[in-house]
Design a protein around this ligand. Structure first.
Ligand code: GLU
Length: 376
């Protein structure tokens, strides 16, 4: 079942994992104080999503805005990079506390993750982030993610959390991203034009929509704006993930947008194609793992590739490289490998219980996780 309309975002089968992005302008008032009542209503929304059997990751801005007010730094902390980084260092503690308290009221445990661009784009670190999200979600926590603003330099910053949300969704293998905005969604032309209409469903982002987005102004507190939302939509669609822009200004904004069916929904490209192009398009194959028949059957059933099924490992590769998987007849799959070629040789054919001793550390859950595997 795939996502074709906003209502599907509340369906646990079509959308088991959703990333919810909350901007600074919604969370922090113009005076730099948190909007607690609104946050409480959003936490209740998140609890409702969880009660339906869906999992949630929050991507929250607000550190710079909160910290700037506390340190009395001008321009909302965005005058220069050093201001932003100092403000974020103070504000992030406050932000984490706000989320932990708001979610606790709903009986939910918040988990903080601060990431940089490299953590989600460099393949080895990407695997680490993916595994952490998986484990936290399995344990029932609600990950609350922000950029690690205080250490990132200008060149390696996401800068806006819209694109960060799309990358987080990709790493966590989410089905949808919801961007809470200060407008109802994407308009088909300059918002100043009275003929401007909300675009409810977007298959592909064409030049008209890009130019309409370029005319939309930014809110004063955050960075985002419509251009970065379109960039985020682009990343999501290509990764096979749906992305919705909805108005976050009301109380309980998620349930409201879904029940009113108001917002803009960017539809995912077909998941398999998207994953395949992500794995295949820009990455060279660095080696080959030959697997036995039982393993082929398990992979076709949707399992991860385990060391027990590997007969041979060829080539020199590192954790995070893309390798081919083959049986006696030819290539059947490719994926991001969790171990180096040397380690694969050590543990192939061995049960998990034997692997710790051979590796010298606790083994990972698979050699290639099913989320990072594409069958051909
Ligand atoms: N990460 C920044 C913060 O927490 C904000 C980035 C954005 O505005 O999207 O303040």
């Amino acid at each position: 079942m795939s996502i074709t309309r906003l209502a599907d975002l509340s369906d646990a089968v079509a959308c088991p994992l959703v990333v919810l992005k909350v901007g600074s302008a919604l969370l922090v008032g113009k005076d730099g104080t948190p909007r607690r009542e609104w946050l409480a209503s959003l936490a209740a929304d998140i609890a409702a999503v969880r009660a339906r059997g869906q999992r949630v990751i929050v991507v929250s801005s607000g550190a710079i805005a909160l910290g700037a007010a506390r340190l009395d730094i001008g321009k909302g902390g965005r005058g220069n990079l050093a201001d932003a980084q100092a403000a974020a260092a103070v504000g992030q503690i406050a932000l984490a506390g706000l989320w932990a308290n708001a979610l606790q009221v709903e009986g939910l445990e918040a988990a903080q993750l601060l990431v940089t661009l490299d953590d989600l784009e460099e393949r080895r670190r990407y695997l680490n982030a993916a595994a952490t999200f998986g484990r936290l979600l399995a344990a029932g926590a609600v990950p609350v993610v922000n950029e690690n603003d205080s250490v990132a330099t200008e060149e390696i910053r996401f800068g806006d959390n819209d694109r960060l949300a799309a990358r987080v969704a990709q790493a966590a293998d989410a089905n949808a991203v919801i961007l809470l905005s200060d407008v109802d969604g994407l308009l088909d032309r300059d918002p100043a034009d009275p003929k401007a209409r909300l675009v409810p469903i977007i298959n592909e982002i064409g030049p008209e929509l890009r130019s309409a987005a370029a005319n939309t102004s930014n809110s004063e507190v955050g960075t985002g704006g419509m251009v970065s939302k379109l960039e985020a939509a682009d990343i999501a669609q290509r990764a096979g993930i749906a992305l919705a822009i909805v108005n976050g200004e009301h109380q309980a904004p998620v349930s409201r947008a879904i029940s009113n069916d108001t917002g803009s929904l960017f539809l995912p490209l077909r998941n398999e194609d998207a994953k395949r192009s992500w794995l295949g398009g820009r990455l060279q194959l660095s080696g080959t793992l030959t697997v036995d028949e039982g393993c082929v059957v398990a992979l076709r059933d949707g399992a991860s590739l385990l060391a027990t099924g590997i007969i041979e490992a060829e080539g020199t590769f590192q954790r995070g490289d893309v390798v081919a998987v083959r049986d006696g007849l030819g290539q059947i799959a490719k994926g991001l490998v969790e171990y180096s070629s040397e380690e694969c040789e050590q543990i192939m054919g061995r049960k998990t219980s034997e692997q710790s001793k051979l590796l010298g550390y606790v083994p990972r859950s698979a050699v290639i996780h099913r989320d990072h595997l594409v069958l051909l």
